[in-house]
Design a protein around this ligand. Structure first.
Ligand SMILES: [Zn+2]
Length: 313
């Protein structure tokens, strides 16, 4: 009887835990956008960032209209457009997505319906049009409406000559996803990386959407090679940095990869590797390390597994 009661209590606790997890997931998925304020920062003479909820937005302004990078979440479009109007009376003409995640593309449909020309990689358009698989177990996404899709797609580098700037869209193959783009503003001396570089947390390699560890390392090296010592590098998430930080991030990723590979060659399982804490040397320097270390280690392990053990995951 006593045992029985313990079982019931345990089951009850499990049910409680289940609902609290659900409630947490729901509150994370449904932030209160009405409370979000858009913070505008002037980065160069005619270049600003707009911070709200989700990925960082960048805008180039001038007589030829606004060139915008990423669109955050749909409920924020009104506030974002209002923030742009505070800076310039010119319309938003073009918007490029650095990659297809909802916190960077959620406002696409609203902007598309306003007549903004959306630009993105072929792979990104395909992912948006067809829907996307779950990101690290966080749920998939339904196909996006036509208005949310890029009107113009590209395979190689694409340049926009406007507002006295030569805006370069530089594809980075298979890094955070398979549709990543760096956006470089050479005269403003700004590079926007999207999410394969972030200045908070360890890298997040979305393998379900075509991201890879090797592509992430190459992307980081490419940013370093494009940047001058005083270039402002604006990550998808986190504060603006210089190439010193991006270079250190690349070295860290290579070092953690090598540590994980060594453990795997000793026959360690993914649980063993996580327990060995291969990011320990960096945790003190990486903001939000505790929330992102295990995810990163698991992603690296999954990518190395076929190479080291000769089998898939
Ligand atoms: Zn992302």
């Amino acid at each position: 009887m006593k045992l029985h009661r313990t079982h019931i209590a345990r089951a009850f606790l499990l049910v409680l835990a289940f609902f609290s997890v659900l409630a947490t997931a729901y509150s994370q998925a449904q932030p209160d956008y009405s409370r979000v304020e858009i913070k505008t920062t002037k980065v160069a003479d005619n270049f600003y960032t707009l911070e709200g909820q989700g990925g960082m937005i960048g805008i180039l302004v001038g007589p030829d209209g606004v060139f915008m990078v990423d669109s955050q979440f749909a409920p924020l479009t009104g506030k974002i457009v209002a923030a742009v109007k505070q800076i310039t009376g010119e319309p938003i003409r073009f918007m490029v997505n650095t990659h297809q995640h909802p916190d960077h593309t959620g406002g696409n449909e609203n902007l598309g319906k306003m007549g903004v020309i959306i630009v993105g990689r072929d792979e990104l358009r395909k992912r948006l049009a067809e829907g996307a698989p779950a990101v690290n177990g966080a749920g998939g996404r339904a196909p996006a409406p036509v208005a949310a899709l890029p009107l113009i797609t590209y395979e190689g580098k694409l340049t926009f000559h406007m507002d006295g700037e030569d805006v370069e869209l530089i594809p980075i193959p298979r890094a955070h996803t398979d549709g990543d783009t760096i956006v470089r503003f050479p005269k403003a001396n700004v590079i926007m990386t999207g999410d394969f570089y972030r200045s908070v947390g360890y890298p997040n390699i979305d393998r379900a959407n075509g991201g890879t560890l090797s592509g992430t390392i190459e992307g980081l090296a490419h940013v370093v090679s494009l940047a001058a010592p005083d270039t402002k590098i604006i990550p998808g998430h986190g504060p603006t940095v210089s190439r010193v930080e991006v270079s250190a991030c690349r070295d860290m990723v290579v070092d953690v990869r090598d540590r994980i590979a060594q453990l795997m060659r000793q026959g360690k399982s993914v649980a063993d590797v996580i327990a060995a804490h291969p990011t320990a040397a960096y945790d003190a320097k990486v903001p939000q390390a505790a929330d992102t270390s295990e995810r990163f280690v698991t992603q690296v392990y999954a990518e190395l597994k076929p190479v080291i053990t000769g089998s898939g995951q």
